[in-house]
Design a protein around this ligand. Sequence first.
Ligand SMILES: Cc1cc2nc3c(=O)[nH]c(=O)nc-3n(C[C@H](O)[C@H](O)[C@H](O)COP(=O)(O)OP(=O)(O)OC[C@H]3O[C@@H](n4cnc5c(N)ncnc54)[C@H](O)[C@@H]3O)c2cc1C
Length: 563
Amino acid sequence: MALDKLADRVIDTDVMIMGGGIAGCYCAAKAAEHGLKVTLVEKSKTDRSGCGAMGEDHYEPVQCDGVTPLEFVRLWEERQHDLNGDGRFTDRNIPYRLLDKSLWVLEESEKLGITMKWDDGEYYHMPSGWFGGPRLMIRVHWPDIKPKLARAVRRSGANILERTMVVDLLTDNGRVAGATAIDTRTGEFIVIKAKAVVLATGIFARCYEPEEPLFYKYQMKYHWCPASISGDGYAVAYRAGADLANMDITGWGLRIRDDLTISYGNFDHGDGIRAKWYTWDGDEIPYPTADKYREIELKGKDPIYVSQSHLPDDYHRRMQIAFTDEKAISFKIAEERGFNPRTHRYELMENHPLNFMVPTGVNVNDDFAASLEGLYAIGDCANGCHGCGNAALGGLLVGDNIHRFISGAGEPVINQAQVASQKQTALAPLGVKRGTEPIELELSTRYICKRYVGMLKNEGRLLEGQRRLRSLKREFLPKLMAKDPHYLMRALECRNIIDLVELHIAACLVRKETRGQFVRLDYPDKDPSRDNMITIQRLDNGNPALEIREPPDLKPEYLKEEK
Ligand SMILES: Cc1cc2nc3c(=O)[nH]c(=O)nc-3n(C[C@H](O)[C@H](O)[C@H](O)COP(=O)(O)OP(=O)(O)OC[C@H]3O[C@@H](n4cnc5c(N)ncnc54)[C@H](O)[C@@H]3O)c2cc1C
């Protein structure tokens, strides 16, 4: 069947960007500057989509105080050590490149109409970074970063498809050839022919429950933007044969139970100054890392509370500004609920993996190229590149260089059988009348992660979780129903979440050790053979394959700096 009979619309482009968050917008605007035909596909509305939708208050890395890219590589590894054990979980050339290009990004941002400077016209370097260390982090007033970026993309002439969800990638002979997508308002099935595809879909977290009190109406009330965190970019990359990295490693971080009012980020680290932590009966305790939190619980000393009442007035004023830049409504809601951040102690929530710092993602090199030819990944969905600074950097770097690949790429060849099969999968839930609601299946999947994977793992639980997930997938995935194109999007997100949870469990089973935040109760010690290793998962001829691999070393030209 001809392509125009299979698809309601066919779009021909040089580069397709999947996701119009911070990374995707930077990338689209820059790639269009090089005269490329750019198509940005965004599930939501680009003006307020993604995790940066409400705003951002801090940005890193920004090179200063003579810190060299090589030193930054060491800091990066230390930070990963704190969060996840002492492995270096990404290509080490990535942090090198990020710091090396950090000042260029500031200039490029100004050209796009995004200022990084503070009210006095200078960069506001925070006294120390997130976890201490050099002043590589700056404060930014970014409450409207998304509308500004969306305007920049529109000015660049890029084609923006909104309310459009990418379903799967199209491939041809081991290279990417475009993607299929659905319009989540009209249900149109769209084929996008592209010489290169950039994934910019954000972090994956919807396999665990949100931080909020779990009443039925808060099922999507995550700290993160719920549309971003269904892992669509990871899932399409995996199904197309690209490598995913470190799907076993979940971050662990504290959150405030009343996240609706105040989020933990500023509360604890605002301006580089830390809060204080207390047991329920008022004993001050050190920063409760995952294992300490559990110890305190077992001693019957929880809930744990965080407080800033010891900090001076000017600190509180700075925090107020930070919150206004990031989540303007926070203080208003706090006030209405009778909470005063200057005096109120906030309850910290229990162990909750995958809610913060998730270093997993599409495996990329320092050009942000994935293992499939013509495929790139930037921002939160690229392995280890979390945060708005890395999103901006990755987006600009790929946007600035992708024309080199495209000039030699040739016309993409579309495999019509592949399109037909993707269309069938994509639209199937519209034809199911008495089936399963996407949210029902999603909640069951999240429950499996919470109960059988979670923070404290063992082989028995993981195997049981795997068995239950497979049974859910077999029985209920084909029964997913969608009463309209919006629910179709939910159903397709659910399919992505299930695929990724399968990988998450498989990778956790293979890591038989305890390291940093990865806790296997049945293997309490580190396995030295896992030092500095990345867990890679991919489909080999349609079969799941897992490989433990050492990441690339620093390039010789980067090492020269040390001499
Ligand atoms: C409240 C909050 C405050 C934060 N504050 C800071 C801060 O101050 N500093 C900092 O460094 N970081 C901060 N972060 C993190 C920061 O926002 C992210 O690191 C950053 O937004 C990542 O950008 P991204 O483009 O990779 O992903 P996102 O901004 O999440 O964008 C992903 C986009 O992809 C789209 N998408 C997903 N799937 C599909 C699909 N199938 N088809 C089409 N489109 C799709 C989504 O709709 C979304 O628009 C904050 C996060 C939150 C939630």
